[in-house]
Unconditional design. Structure first.
Length: 87
């Protein structure tokens, strides 16, 4: 069964159309995945910045607690010295 020229061109056009639509679909999916990955990466970046800021705040607070503890130790030593002189 031989195909005439009109049937061959119709089949070829349909195949080309399907291929073009498939390529456009794959490109569209690639763009979507890239955009989604970029948004997810931006979210991770914000989370990392918050974590770093939180860690720095905790370090600053710990530094303050250490200073207060040093002051308490100094006062306790002075109090012990005073009590030993009295008693």
């Amino acid at each position: 069964m031989a195909l005439d020229m009109a049937q061959t061109s119709t089949i070829a056009s349909a195949v080309i159309a399907v291929v073009v639509i498939a390529v456009a679909g794959f490109v569209g999916i690639g763009f979507y995945r890239a955009r989604y990955a970029a948004a997810r990466e931006a979210g991770y970046r914000v989370l990392a910045e918050r974590s770093a800021d939180s860690g720095q705040a905790m370090a600053d607070e710990l530094k303050g607690v250490r200073a207060e503890l040093g002051e308490v130790r100094h006062r306790l030593t002075a109090l012990e010295k005073l009590l030993s002189q009295i008693g």
